[in-house]
Design a protein around this ligand. Structure first.
Ligand SMILES: Cc1ncc(COP(=O)(O)O)c(C=O)c1O
Length: 462
């Protein structure tokens, strides 16, 4: 069969049988998305044989890049050694060894790991642990969860209830009575009459108000991505996280740092909480980069203090009735160990060294009139398009502008993660300077072509 026949067959079969994530009801189970056939380093090849830079590293996950031989070998070796072990009544060597290594990297007394199958289940685990813990310690009322507008924490019922991006809740049920949402800490969208420090004061004041009105005795946890990822790479104001953490500590509210994206090298460190933001959370959730996407694995790092509180409670027989068939999967844990080797043996240093170049080159795109802001940290960045720079208004724009840029870039050799009017860039950490130059040059061309198109269609005045 030639390539076009294979391609046609895949498209036909996808439309007939495959349900993709986040479909619209008009297309559910009847769409085919860009087909990728293989990958190598920072590149993937699509069904038409085009080589594309993997701009979003899959979904912020292929940190060591594609076709990484040591990881591929680990997958094979571990499957041949022990393919599975039940976490209910056994444990595997890789899961124990990984736990010790992760505890060595995690801040403070985050010395214990509960493994899951990905990020949603990691956040769900952290929240259910908070509920369980407060039940056991006689504080059954302390259950409210504080999250933020713009956040993304997952697709299970409770984790999804925390999500705060546009469209997340339009048609979906959620546990809204358990959640309070605070303002998104996005300096670019702060009220025009506030400086950034004033905006930060406002955000801290907002949490203080919620604690006062709802009562600390009713609030169990504050959950935050250190940098909001899918909300558009929102880097919060200076000291925001530290001040939020302090307020939580004063009020005995668990601070859960959702590091599903920011960990494992994306910001140059295994965990970013302490090294980048100088905070020691009570729980850190992780996934994605822990295996560089080669195996579904996630987890929650939990503090010794919290476990000690449970062990010394009056209910030592109370059961944390929570666990997954694939918790502590030996293959996932073995892959994570090899992934950690690669990070420690040079990739973290490379990510730290290359990040300023990545950010400064992307920043040059701000000279394009469609671009309102390019922001980011480490190897995560976002290009936000605006209708006009005076109002910075994203809403007046054709909402599919990110998709338009992505379509042009794909023809030119770059995969983009379109987010409504934004484009996210988070390439594999192995990216080099010349590859960054290529990425930025293609993105520039893609944005220029989109600008021409929008003007031609009368959607934008330029
Ligand atoms: C910060 C954050 N938390 C949780 C999740 C959910 O992870 P998963 O899709 O692996 O369930 C994501 C996914 O993008 C995420 O970005």
């Amino acid at each position: 069969m030639d390539i076009s026949t294979v391609e046609d067959a895949l498209v036909t079969d996808a439309k007939a049988h495959l349900i993709q994530p986040w479909p619209t009801s008009g297309q559910i189970g009847a769409e085919a998305r860009s087909g990728l056939m293989d990958g190598d380093g920072i590149y993937v090849t699509d069904m038409e044989g085009r080589r594309l830079i993997d701009g979003p590293a899959g979904m912020w996950c292929t940190n060591v890049g594609h076709r990484c031989e040591p990881i591929a070998r680990t997958l094979y070796d571990q499957a041949m050694a022990l393919s599975y072990s039940s976490p209910w009544y056994t444990m595997s060597e890789p899961s124990v060894r990984l736990s010790k290594r992760l505890a060595g990297h995690a801040p403070g007394d985050l010395e214990h790991v509960f493994y899951t199958t990905g990020g949603s289940s990691a956040v769900e685990t952290a929240l259910r642990f908070m509920q369980f813990s407060n039940n056991v310690t006689g504080r059954a009322e302390k259950k409210l969860i504080i999250a933020r507008q713009g956040a993304y924490h997952g697709s299970t019922y409770l984790s999804a209830s925390l999500n705060g991006r546009p469209r997340d809740h339009d048609w979906m049920d959620s546990a809204s009575d358990l959640v309070v949402k605070l303002t998104c800490p996005n300096p670019f969208r702060r009220p025009s009459d506030m400086t950034e420090p004033e905006f930060c004061d406002f955000l801290i004041g907002e949490l203080r108000d919620v604690i006062e009105t709802r009562g600390a005795e009713n609030i169990g946890a504050f959950v935050a991505e250190p940098i909001m990822a899918s909300g558009g790479v929102i880097v919060p104001p200076q000291a925001y996280l530290k001040r939020m953490r302090a307020l939580c500590q004063e009020n005995d509210i668990l601070f859960i740092a959702d590091e599903v994206v920011t960990a494992f090298g994306r910001l140059g460190h295994v965990f970013a909480s302490k090294e980048v933001f100088d905070i020691e959370p009570d729980i850190i959730t992780f996934a994605k980069g822990v295996t560089s996407g080669y195996f579904p694995l996630g987890g929650a790092m939990i503090s010794s203090k919290l476990l000690e509180r449970l062990r010394s409670s009056n209910h030592s027989d109370a059961m944390f009735a929570h666990g997954l068939t694939y918790s502590s999967h030996p293959i996932g844990c073995a892959v994570a160990l090899t992934n950690l080797d690669l990070l420690e043996q040079g990739l973290l240093a490379h990510a730290q060294e290359i990040a300023p170049y990545f950010q400064s080159q992307l920043k040059t795109l701000e000279d394009l009139p469609l671009v309102g802001e390019v922001r980011g940290l480490g190897l995560m960045a976002c290009v936000e398009c605006v209708a006009d720079r005076k109002s910075n208004n994203p809403l007046a724009l054709d909402l599919e502008v990110g998709k338009r840029i992505d379509a042009h870039c794909q023809r030119l050799g770059l995969l983009v993660r379109p987010l409504i009017h934004m484009c996210v860039m988070s390439p594999p950490l192995t990216i080099t300077r010349p590859q960054i130059d290529d990425l930025v040059s293609i993105l520039r061309q893609g944005i220029k072509l989109t600008m021409d198109e929008l003007v031609r269609e009368g959607l934008w005045r330029g």
